[in-house]
Design a protein around this ligand. Structure first.
Ligand SMILES: Nc1ncnc2c1ncn2[C@@H]1O[C@H](COP(=O)(O)OP(=O)(O)OP(=O)(O)O)[C@@H](O)[C@H]1O
Ligand SMILES: [Mg+2]
Length: 243
């Protein structure tokens, strides 16, 4: 299977700090790749590189065979790589439909309203479409962010801690949703600290520690890897809001 998105030998420095060191990954349509690791490991930086917000000093990002590491962020989004953010970023004062419309408009969609409604439907928020984003409970706001991303009709979806702060029921919904998106053929890269979510939904898991890949494989292999247990799983932070 040819990968839709490939990262090859990516290196990122912030002053004296090496945030990513020779990182490689590949993800195909219909696949969920999770990237896990301790705080500060470089997971969000990896998303920033893929989406054109951070330029790697070495290495390449290849989307459908084309090197894109020098492209502007808005062009990368238009090509079909869209992300959500670790910290919730919804358009508070807008109705759900209006907020999601922004995603469709950014793509220059000929029928943005339909696209927005479909995107809300795919995350299960269609009945709340008339509400303002800031009237939603936190878990729904995280779903709304995914809807905003979907409205841009991506092929690759990068999700930065979508289940953070969610209760058990909400994170179970996220697992179902990601499964549906995989079935629809999206290539999904998931950054997540909730190990139940990661181990349930991922086809493959890669583990970053201080910017370096220390393990990669199927969820069960990675979970049993002594280096991963030592660097991360054994000392995993508890997410206070998860309850
Ligand atoms: N724009 C930046 N300028 C300087 N340093 C940065 C910048 N962005 C990230 N860093 C540093 O790079 C390292 C990796 O950060 P990053 O946010 O990618 O980690 P993370 O794996 O997403 O962590 P978390 O699980 O806490 O979200 C950290 O040491 C961070 O302080
Ligand atoms: Mg992060």
């Amino acid at each position: 299977m040819t990968a839709l998105l490939e990262i090859k030998g990516v290196m990122v420095h912030f002053g004296g700090l090496t945030a990513l060191k020779d990182v490689n990954l590949a993800v195909s349509a219909g696949e969920v790749l999770s990237v896990i690791g301790p705080n500060g490991a470089g997971k969000t930086t990896l998303f920033n590189v893929i989406t054109g917000r951070v330029r790697p000093s070495l290495g390449s990002v290849v989307f459908r065979g084309q090197a894109i590491q020098r492209e502007a962020a808005f062009r990368i989004a238009r090509m079909g790589i869209v992300r959500t953010f670790q910290k919730t970023e919804v358009f508070g004062a807008l109705s759900l439909v209006e907020g999601v419309l922004a995603g469709a408009l950014a793509r220059g969609d000929p029928d943005p309203e339909t696209r927005a409604r479909e995107a809300l439907e795919s995350v299960g928020l269609q009945e709340k479409a008339h509400l303002r984003a800031d009237q939603l409970p936190y878990g729904d706001q995280r779903l709304l962010e995914i809807a905003q991303a979907l409205a841009a009709m991506p092929q690759v979806l990068l999700l930065d801690e979508p289940a953070s702060g969610m209760n058990h029921q909400e994170s179970a919904h996220i697992v179902r949703l990601i499964g549906q998106l995989r079935t629809k053929g999206f290539a999904i890269v998931l950054v997540e600290h909730n190990m139940h979510v990661v181990m349930t939904i991922s086809d493959r898991v890669m583990v970053l520690n201080y910017g370096e890949t220390i393990a990669e494989g199927r969820p069960a292999e990675v979970r049993a890897d002594p280096r991963v247990i030592e660097a991360y799983l054994g000392v995993q932070k508890t997410d206070a809001r998860a309850g």
